[in-house]
Write a protein that binds this ligand. Structure first.
Ligand SMILES: [Zn+2]
Length: 443
């Protein structure tokens, strides 16, 4: 086993920087671009809904959501009033429904594919309960996204110990303080990722004035721009893409953005993209980064578990080109990419995660139907469970790395416990119905 690992390490060393000029997407879908955070005159902005929609369309957005502060709710019982403006429609963009949950201790955007019931979310506002607001928002199919967490008096003063899906790592006005955005990434987002949460990073311009003397000081709509990958050309698809972390952020609509893929079998099949999670942490992974758009003096850097990966900074000059690199995660890990222009970050991917979930979903071909078998937790400290939802008996074999069968069982039970307590730490394989083997790690 040791020898094998050494060979793999050598492979990394010998792996050549590979610049490919064709982009082949292994996943069906498209990138949608838009802005997730902005205000009209319905709250503290100065622009009409119709002028904002026209401006968003002129920037080439394919989705947009207006997120006026929920203070409009108090004087107008019912849903936030900006949803009801008849100018809030577009033939060119997918529109979402959103509002900014605004309290003295922090702000958050809540987005949904359709209007949602706001009354109980507003009660959670009055009571200062972000966990409740997030839960109710999520229960209606929406997303709760913490905004500008380190921004002066508007900073997030609640804790992060609740279930929320997204975090605004890049906020328009606060991009004038580049250290603020960097601090959000390094002191808020990355610690959350390292703690085991999978939180989608997004950007928001927080635009308040399309045309005003302030516009020359404050970033306008689309600064930053958020890209969402989806295989559905509708609002549900955008929401789903954000939930999955299929999201990349760029400083502005004109700056390049990135694709980030992983090939887990070294067979040139890049079946995983940013936001995805891969259970295996011990294989050599080939990563691919596609540059979409062009700028001079661009470099990629690879960040693994919050740390810049040595020797993984690549220059790239040709438009729409790709770079590949490889690594073995080795433990629960995430990888993300930052794109720099003349040394300054201009685009950020969400991570690809390894070993984050405790559940491995294995598919077993039984009577020409795909039936589900779940193996969890993995890695494990002692027991491993197999859940059999096939309604048929299954044959399970546990092997060690030398191929010795340690346990064999045929059962109709829906949940089967395999006790690894007496075995040493390391890698084991579970074979179902003499088909494919699944790696289980005892740590
Ligand atoms: Zn705000």
């Amino acid at each position: 086993m040791h020898l094998k690992i050494n060979t793999l390490k050598k492979q990394i060393f010998l792996f050549c920087l590979n610049v490919i000029t064709t982009i082949s997407f292994s996943q069906n879908g498209n990138w949608y671009k838009g802005d997730l955070h902005s205000h009209s005159r319905y709250s503290d902005g100065s622009s009409s809904v119709s002028s904002i929609i026209a401006n968003a369309e002129s920037k080439g957005f394919t989705f947009y959501v207006l997120t006026d502060h929920d203070k409009t709710y108090t004087s107008n019982p019912g849903n936030p009033i900006h949803w009801k403006d008849t100018a809030y429609h577009s033939n060119k963009m997918i529109l979402l429904y959103g509002t900014e949950w605004t309290t003295n201790n922090g702000h958050a955007c809540i987005w949904n594919s359709k209007p949602f019931i706001y009354d109980s979310i507003f009660q959670a506002n009055k009571l200062g309960q972000p966990d409740k607001a997030a839960e109710i928002g999520k229960g209606q199919g929406g997303i709760f996204s913490v905004n500008h967490p380190l921004s002066g008096s508007l900073r997030w003063e609640y804790n992060y110990n609740f279930e929320f899906q997204s975090l605004e790592i890049l906020n328009g006005p606060f991009s004038y303080l580049p250290s603020n955005n960097k601090n959000v990434i390094t002191t808020v987002w990355e610690p959350l990722l390292l703690s085991g949460k999978r939180i989608t990073a997004v950007g928001g311009s927080d635009m308040h004035y399309l045309n005003s003397w302030l516009t020359s000081f404050l970033p306008n709509l689309g600064s930053p721009t958020t890209y969402v990958f989806s295989n559905q050309n509708n609002a549900e698809g955008i929401i789903d893409g954000i939930k999955k972390g299929h999201v990349c952020i760029s400083n502005s609509p004109s700056e390049p953005h990135l694709d980030f893929f992983a090939d887990i079998h070294q067979n040139n099949q890049f079946n995983f993209m940013m936001g995805d999670e891969i259970a295996d942490t011990n294989s050599l992974i080939i990563f691919k980064v596609n540059l979409i758009g062009k700028q001079n003096n661009l470099t990629f850097q690879v960040i693994k578990n919050g740390i810049l990966l040595n020797n993984h900074t690549f220059s790239i000059s040709a438009a729409d080109s790709s770079i590949e690199f490889s690594d073995i995660p080795g433990q629960k890990s995430y990888y993300r990419i930052e794109l720099l222009s003349n040394g300054n970050p201009v685009s950020w991917t969400n991570p690809i995660y390894f070993g984050y979930e405790t559940r491995t979903i294995a598919y077993v071909n039984s009577n020409s139907e795909l039936s589900k078998i779940e193996i969890y937790p993995n890695p494990t400290n002692d027991d491993v469970y197999i859940r059999n939802k096939t309604n048929e008996s299954i044959n399970i074999k546990l092997y060690n790395v030398t191929g010795e069968v340690l346990v064999q069982v045929s059962t109709y039970d829906e949940t089967i416990k395999i006790d690894l307590e007496t075995y040493s730490r390391g890698i084991y394989f579970i074979k179902i119905n003499d088909g494919k083997s699944y790696k289980v790690i005892k740590q």
